[in-house]
Design a protein around this ligand. Structure first.
Ligand SMILES: [Ca+2]
Ligand SMILES: [Ca+2]
Length: 214
């Protein structure tokens, strides 16, 4: 009887250990609501460094209609004043092995050709990008944004930055960005060595008690 209780407890422990890492988690998100509305911004935003060019934080009093449908509030025009901007997250983020979901909303401040480059880069530049590419941006008719979504796999733990860069004619009307997010959707549930040792000791304990009671 006692052996059965021990066994059930051990099973509960094992299930707990395996479920701890399984929860999906938000790693980074920005809807630019914390940034001050302004044109031709250089230097930095709340969550980003502007590493080249300049951008506009669009919102109430400054072309606000560009942003209204994504979430009422602010968005970014990556062609500030005659200059396409590159933005890089101020912080780097640790990703363990697993699968991740990257999303953002995008549009265009003009009917002219513009595009938007995105990249999730290892901060060790020798390791390159985990995910990168570009989208052609479409003029935001009636504020209907396009939504970008992509999964990518991290095979071993690493630290990353998120990067965006506007491209196209630098004429103050550029690609528009909003609602950036990165989340883990599945991490690899491998118990750590110490946990594995505890489980093995527990199993040995149960087997030895069974033998004694027979
Ligand atoms: Ca926004
Ligand atoms: Ca602009």
């Amino acid at each position: 009887m006692k052996t059965k209780i021990y066994f059930n407890s051990l099973i509960s422990l094992i299930l707990l250990v395996f479920s701890v890492n399984a929860s999906a988690g938000l790693i980074f998100s920005d809807n630019f609501e914390s940034d001050t509305v302004a044109g031709g911004v250089t230097g930095s935003l709340v969550n980003w460094n502007i590493t080249s060019g300049n951008l506009d934080v669009v919102g109430l009093g400054f072309a606000a209609s560009l942003c209204n449908n994504a979430t009422a509030g602010h968005c970014i025009d990556l062609d500030g004043t005659n200059s396409n901007a590159t933005i890089v997250t101020k912080l780097s983020y640790s990703l363990s092995a697993g699968t991740y979901l990257f999303e953002f909303d995008y549009g265009n401040n003009t009917t002219q050709d513009n595009s938007l480059f995105y990249s999730i880069d290892n901060i060790n530049s020798n390791l390159g990008s985990l995910l990168s590419g570009s989208v052609s941006t479409m003029f935001i008719m009636d504020n209907i944004y396009s939504h970008f979504t992509a999964n990518f796999v991290v095979s071993s733990a690493t630290n990353i930055n998120i990067i965006f860069r506007g491209a196209g004619t630098a004429n103050s009307y550029g690609s528009v960005l909003d609602n950036v997010s990165l989340r883990s959707v599945q991490t690899t549930n491998v118990p750590e060595p110490a946990t594995m040792t505890l489980i093995m000791l527990g199993l040995l304990f149960i087997v030895s008690r069974r033998r004694l009671s027979q």
